[in-house]
Design a protein. Structure first.
Length: 256
């Protein structure tokens, strides 16, 4: 019974959070993802989770992450990549080099100071700063990272990133314009997900729900194909095969 209630909690809590975001603009400005992490941190540390919850958490994670990656990648705009390839490639290379240099430096600074699996933390940081949370979650699975290390790494990343984003959204633009040219890609100046709008409202309307249902069905199909191909690989490589297959097929699907 406790296991069923825990599964319902994980499935229904996001709906409650989205409802709060729709009802209260201040909560929506914080963001559904931030609120979800906050709820998770509180629930995970007050000691109310039932015995055996770790197994249920791992099972849900193993299902939801491979299904979430295609849904994120379906919105990729490869045509836009071509039009911005030159400058975007230069920016990408500079960003990757910066991340790798800082992560390697951090590894040697903190090496031997009692931090377990420091190389895995370094791998997650490279992932999250080159591809965001989906990369972080994927690497958690691929490297078999302890859930506590994963949560701690992501929590500290969110704390620092929140402060940095607050700087960017307030005085950061004016500061960087002092020595960098303004960028104009023809889109509105304000980002939809940071201006207080509610991008999830109306998700169950017929004209929205049925296209989303097709996307979910395709995501499940890709997940099944990736799972089938992983059976051909060795046990140590199965997760890697799943993630790479899902990523490749999802990018291909995004062109249609």
């Amino acid at each position: 019974m406790a296991g069923i209630l825990l599964i319902l909690f994980y499935l229904l809590t996001p709906f409650a959070i989205l409802h709060l975001c729709h009802k209260f603009p201040f909560v929506n400005k914080l963001g559904a993802v931030f609120i979800a992490y906050l709820v998770g941190l509180v629930v995970g540390n007050v000691g109310i989770l039932p015995v055996g919850s770790a197994g249920i958490q791992d099972a849900l994670t193993s299902i939801t992450i491979p299904l979430a990656i295609p849904l994120l990648l379906f919105s990729s705009n490869l045509k836009q990549w071509k039009s911005m390839a030159g400058k975007a490639t230069i920016a990408l290379i500079i960003g990757i080099v910066s991340v790798v240099v800082m992560v390697v430096a951090g590894y040697f600074i903190f090496k031997g100071k009692g931090m377990p699996d420091l190389w895995k933390v370094g791998g997650m940081l490279v992932g999250v700063y080159t591809g965001g949370t989906p990369n972080l979650a994927s690497l958690k699975m691929m490297l078999n990272i302890d859930p506590d290390i994963y949560i701690l790494t992501h929590t500290y990343d969110m704390m620092i990133s929140t402060a940095f984003l607050a700087f960017l959204m307030t005085i950061g633009k004016k500061f960087f314009l002092l020595f960098l040219p303004a960028f104009n890609d023809g889109s509105p100046n304000e980002v939809e997900y940071t201006n207080g709008s509610d991008p999830y409202w109306g998700i169950f309307r017929r004209d929205t729900f049925y296209p989303l249902l097709k996307a979910y069905s395709l995501a499940i199909l890709i997940f099944v194909i990736a799972g089938g191909l992983s059976m051909l690989a060795s046990k140590n490589s199965q997760i890697v095969v799943v993630i790479l297959t899902i990523t490749t097929l999802s990018i291909i699907a995004s062109t249609f």
